[in-house]
Write a protein that binds this ligand. Structure first.
Ligand code: SF4
Length: 217
């Protein structure tokens, strides 16, 4: 049994959502159901703003993955009490591949795990410290079916999901898209202003992708 892994990197900071600002390592699985990842098809995809390379990757076993994660966190994170690194399981769409074995192993090794998903796949049974962070995307014939621990709604591109997210009673982050890559430029400023408006008028929380402000991976 192997997983197609695009990259494993860190330590860095989680830039988004409930654990923003906390130290972590990233496990990025390859492949996505929202876009095939080719530049030629980006504009017509569900996510023309996608800033992630999820093509290719290596076939790794669970043991391979944990060997690489341990090399980043230092040996025996749990044994030494240095459990300050969380783990972000991202993609692509990680729930195309993540199974119960992977989620249980990550939950046992890290104090918290964020699964960053587009919400179109159900999640296998998971430990209580494995959280679902859903940035919902509207895909042809693939509804958002997940009930996450929090929502991360991209503004303005996915604002159509805002009412649904707020009605769930879960925390709702609004995050301005960066059409120019970084958190700068007139379009970004307008998107950020819209997010601030939604925070003040509808009780959303602001998510600013702090890794982009810090220019770290
Ligand atoms: S769901 Fe996420 S990773 Fe997939 S294409 Fe959209 S933004 Fe990119």
């Amino acid at each position: 049994m192997t997983y197609r892994v695009k990259t494993i990197f860190g330590p860095t900071l989680q830039g988004e959502g409930l654990h923003a600002g906390m130290p972590c390592v990233f496990l990025r699985l390859a492949g996505c159901n929202a876009w095939d990842g080719r530049p030629a098809t980006r504009a017509a995809s569900a996510c023309p703003y996608c800033d992630t390379d999820f093509l290719g990757g290596d076939a790794l076993t669970l043991a391979d993955i944990f060997q690489r994660l341990s090399a980043l966190t230092g040996p025996g994170q749990a044994a030494t009490g240095r459990r300050h690194f969380g783990c972000v399981l991202s993609g692509g769409e990680p729930l195309l591949q993540a199974d119960r074995a992977l989620l249980e192993a990550l939950g046992a090794a890290f104090p918290w795990v964020d699964v960053e998903t587009n919400g179109t796949r159900l999640c296998p049974t998971r430990p209580a410290n494995v959280f679902l962070s859903c940035s919902p995307k509207r895909l042809p014939h693939q509804d958002v079916v997940l009930e996450p621990d929090w929502w991360k709604v991209l503004i303005p591109d996915q604002e159509r999901f805002l009412d649904h997210a707020l009605a769930s009673g879960k925390p709702v982050f609004v995050q301005p898209t960066c059409p120019d890559g970084g958190p700068s430029g007139a379009v970004y400023a307008a998107n950020l202003a819209r997010c601030l408006d939604l925070c003040l008028k509808r009780g959303c929380r602001l998510s600013l992708q702090i890794h982009k402000y810090l220019d770290i991976p």
